[in-house]
Design a protein around this ligand. Structure first.
Ligand SMILES: Nc1ncnc2c1ncn2[C@@H]1O[C@H](COP(=O)(O)OP(=O)(O)OP(=O)(O)O)[C@@H](O)[C@H]1O
Ligand SMILES: [Mg+2]
Length: 347
């Protein structure tokens, strides 16, 4: 039932997985952004603390991969110079609560905390002891997951500690203003935006993946160009990876040694639909969260899109994408009347 012969299409399909790291270890096409971020962090090596950073950008613009690379470089440089600087990366979208975020920070810094049993104050004590002779850089990804938790203003606490530099990452610039009042006045992060990749940049990143993921000559240049175009219009580099993966499997199933235009076309259609469903799912979740917390309601047309349970989801997203001035998949200020004219709701 299962094939275990070497694939004639794939060399190593893992390079097209959504969480895969850049094959060379360094993100491509982000030299200027990385240098800019590093310029703020340089202060660490002089005084043991640098200005906090708030990195934002749309999904799939390389925020996580750039920050992980950057803190890796900080550690490397500190080791070379013999400086006591430690770094840690946590994803608050995964840890969810302030407690588990702090636990992961403490463990990530090499402290020996048990998975259960220690209360928050004990984690803080261990952290504060570490700071007596070390500096730390803490990168908190998907920081919005923590901002809703008002009872334990972890960011405020971390920000007050000496020799602690924070790098906060989010999809939304609005998050930079949602910290507890007390935190905002002292946090004063440098806000840095990662713009979506241009078509050429998208192509360069994907060409590198193609070289590692496929056997030689599996993907003709004109098809790479096509996938790069769709991907950069969509704005999330992961769409390109999943189209290539899906097209590769389709060529393999057909027993071919080359990916065809047809493989790309059908993969694009099916992967776009998956992304659309995911985006609409996220919109719905955000709408519900906002309703619950009584925060500002989203534009009416969000509601419209989300409410159209039977709507043709491809049409909805295509409509949003057409309205977008930039390459992004966030919902723009759509005109509800135009939306209604499309008769999505009944199709
Ligand atoms: N400049 C780049 N060079 C090489 N690979 C990249 C680059 N940017 C992104 N990628 C790859 O694209 C995928 C998505 O990148 P990443 O997770 O960093 O995006 P993100 O902006 O953090 O997205 P999200 O907002 O959804 O968390 C990863 O597999 C990553 O390795
Ligand atoms: Mg990320």
């Amino acid at each position: 039932m299962f094939e275990d012969k070497p694939s004639r299409i794939f060399r190593d399909a893992r390079w097209l997985q959504p969480l895969s790291l850049p094959p060379s270890g360094k993100p491509l096409c982000r030299d200027n952004d990385l240098r800019y971020m590093a310029s703020f962090l340089s202060e660490l090596f002089r005084t043991g603390q640098a200005r906090n950073l708030f990195i934002f950008g749309k999904p799939g613009t390389g925020k996580t991969v750039c920050v992980q690379y950057l803190i890796g470089e900080v550690e490397k440089h500190a080791r070379e110079k013999g400086l006591p600087i430690l770094t840690v990366y946590v994803n608050a979208g995964r840890t969810r609560t302030p407690y588990y975020t702090m636990l992961e920070i403490v463990k990530g810094l090499g402290l020996n905390a048990p998975n259960v049993g220690w209360q928050m104050f004990r984690l803080k004590q261990a952290f504060e002891r570490l700071l007596m002779d070390k500096s730390v850089v803490i990168a908190i990804d998907e920081v919005d997951a923590l901002l809703a938790k008002e009872r334990e203003p972890l960011i405020y606490y971390l920000n007050r500690q000496p020799k602690t530099t924070l790098i906060l990452i989010s999809n939304k610039i609005e998050d930079a203003t949602q910290f507890p009042e007390r935190a905002l006045s002292t946090l004063q992060p440098k806000i840095i935006s990662l713009n979506p990749y241009t078509k050429e940049e998208t192509k360069e990143i994907m060409r590198d993946r193609v070289r590692h993921a496929f056997q030689p000559n599996v993907l003709p240049e004109n098809l790479l160009d096509k996938v790069a175009k769709v991907t950069s219009e969509f704005g999330d580099i992961r769409l390109g990876f999943s189209i290539l993966l899906s097209a590769g499997y389709s060529a393999e199933r057909a027993g071919r040694t080359e990916i065809t235009d047809e493989d790309i076309k059908s993969a694009t259609k099916s992967e776009e639909t998956t992304e659309i469903l995911r985006t609409i799912g996220e919109m719905r979740k955000r709408l519900e969260k906002r309703r619950k917390t009584g925060r500002e309601m989203p534009p009416k047309e969000w509601g419209l899109a989300v409410a159209q349970e039977n709507a043709d989801k491809t049409k909805i997203l295509r409509y949003f994408l057409r309205l977008q001035p930039s390459r992004s998949r966030n919902v723009p200020n759509a005109n509800p009347r135009k939306f209604a004219k499309m008769e999505c709701a009944t199709s």
